[in-house]
Design a protein around this ligand. Structure first.
Ligand SMILES: Cc1cc2nc3c(=O)[nH]c(=O)nc-3n(C[C@H](O)[C@H](O)[C@H](O)COP(=O)(O)OP(=O)(O)OC[C@H]3O[C@@H](n4cnc5c(N)ncnc54)[C@H](O)[C@@H]3O)c2cc1C
Length: 434
């Protein structure tokens, strides 16, 4: 192993691998270190990998729309082939129910108009035409099954939705990370697996490298924390928590996989769907299955956990989510054996990520992805590389934040939007929706 690099990246998940690729493109030779045996084996492997463009803030929406184009042009973006093949982006669109809770999506529609993002309004009849298994009865607010009002219709129907065509999902998030690894390697990046960073080293008041669990040290003047749900622990190791107003912590999540009702080809006919009336998001899964995630309704307790010590088995949460979705799809058959995913989000206080420098010169972070940044991996990697380069050239991103150009949509954003020192962003949905 070479013991020197221009930049060490802690974490080889989808965002870490994209940071590696983009830093190498700027001429920084990187070493990515991950305690797992391969890239994308952290929370990225549990991701639903939904690519969508509707967010609650202008910056979040612009970032997500920019992010979509990298998936659309994935092979061109990578500039390499991968012996395992390239990840597939199924561009099936995303349907979002208009409800009182999301103010009929009026804010999202205005943001899309401002950014020229395509969308269509679908009424209930058109929704049923595309997804005939749907019953549009309103059930809001989402409840737990021990609530005696569970399953009782609320007031009226969900009358309409917005369909965003520039959306879909990636079928294999781990493979997409491997693709990024190969792309980074082709530019000179190196990856070291099965090694845990146990100490972050400083010399002369700045980063000097990291120590690994085998006792060896690797030296670099730049260290980047892309540790996913371990982000807060890594920041603590670096002594970088002192000036942060936004913190991050690991939140346990369960994702349900259920078969589509017989006779309906959900896999080929349904888009990704976000439904705040029942607090579920869904997408097709291979084998004509439906994947059901939670939109974090108030009635569900939040399970903040240690990233390495949490329950990996399904709990009653699985059943709550499955039956909430059965309100929308009365013909859904819920199997007795729970299938799906248990994994962790790395959640920030306002569910918006931190892409930033730190109070320790040479130490940077791309963290707090809050269950909604898989889609942004490429553009987040690009912005992090630009931010690191900007700071390493002597600029103070805290006082004169980088203005970052989004190449596809040709719009610049203030990268300080993602500052670790921001006040809590009240525009956020404070949920996985970002
Ligand atoms: C259930 C679920 C569903 C999701 N669905 C979506 C979705 O539909 N759309 C979307 O956009 N986003 C989604 N997300 C979020 C998205 O998956 C994450 O934002 C993204 O994968 C985070 O990537 P990452 O590289 O930051 O972190 P990770 O993939 O978690 O990678 C971090 C890596 O750091 C390594 N590491 C940590 N500590 C150390 C250490 N001390 N030494 C060495 N290595 C270390 C870990 O081993 C890990 O591999 C979802 C997430 C989950 C959990």
């Amino acid at each position: 192993m070479t013991e020197q690099a221009d930049a060490i990246i802690i974490g080889a998940g989808v965002i870490g691998a994209a940071v590696a690729f983009e830093l190498n493109k700027l001429g920084y030779q990187t070493l990515s270190i991950d305690k797992n045996p391969a890239s994308g084996y952290g929370s990225t492997s549990g991701s639903c990998a939904i690519i969508r463009v509707h967010y609650s803030t202008l910056e979040g929406t612009a970032f997500a729309y920019e992010g979509y184009f990298y998936w659309r042009d994935w092979a061109d973006y990578l500039e390499v082939t991968d012996e395992r093949g390239l990840a597939e982006f199924r561009e099936i669109g995303c349907l979002v129910m208009r409800t009182k809770q999301n103010n009929l999506l009026n804010k999202h529609i205005a943001l899309c108009e401002e950014l020229s993002i395509p969308f269509e309004i679908w009424d209930a009849a058109k929704i049923k035409q595309h997804i005939p298994i749907y019953d549009m009865t309103s059930y809001w607010p989402a409840k737990r099954m021990n609530d005696e009002a569970f399953g009782e219709p609320g007031s009226g129907q969900v009358e309409s939705s917005v369909f965003f065509p520039t959306a879909g999902y990636v079928t294999d998030p781990q493979l997409s990370t491997h693709n990024l690894q190969r792309a980074a390697e082709a530019k000179g990046g190196r990856f070291l697996f099965n090694k845990r960073v146990t100490e972050i080293l400083q010399a002369n008041g700045r980063m000097s490298g990291v120590r690994l669990d085998d006792g060896s040290a690797v030296h670099a003047p730049v260290v980047v924390n892309v540790g996913g749900p371990a982000s807060a622990k890594i920041n603590e190791m670096a002594g970088a928590l002192g000036d942060m107003t936004i913190s991050t912590r690991a939140l346990r999540q369960e994702v349900v996989h259920v078969p589509s009702p017989g006779g309906f080809d959900f896999f080929n006919q349904a888009p990704v769907i976000s439904d705040s009336d029942i607090a579920c998001y869904v997408r097709p899964e291979h084998g004509n299955h439906i994947l059901v995630g939670s939109e974090d309704p108030e009635c569900d307790p939040k399970e903040w956990v240690d990233d390495e010590d949490y329950n990996r088995e399904f709990t009653e949460q699985w059943t709550h989510q499955a039956y909430r979705y059965a309100q929308r799809v009365p013909s859904l058959e819920i199997p007795s054996r729970s299938r799906g995913v248990v994994d962790l989000y790395d959640v920030s206080d306002d569910w918006i990520p931190i892409y930033d420098k730190s109070m320790v010169p040479g130490y940077y972070m791309a963290i707090g992805s809050s269950g909604n940044q898989y889609k942004n991996a490429a553009i987040a990697g690009k912005m992090m590389a630009a931010l690191i380069d900007y700071c390493e050239q002597g600029n103070d991103h805290d006082t004169a934040p980088l203005r970052f150009q989004l190449p596809y949509i040709k719009r610049s954003i203030n990268a300080g939007f993602y500052s670790r020192k921001r006040p809590i962003n009240k525009e956020s949905s404070f949920s996985v929706l970002g």
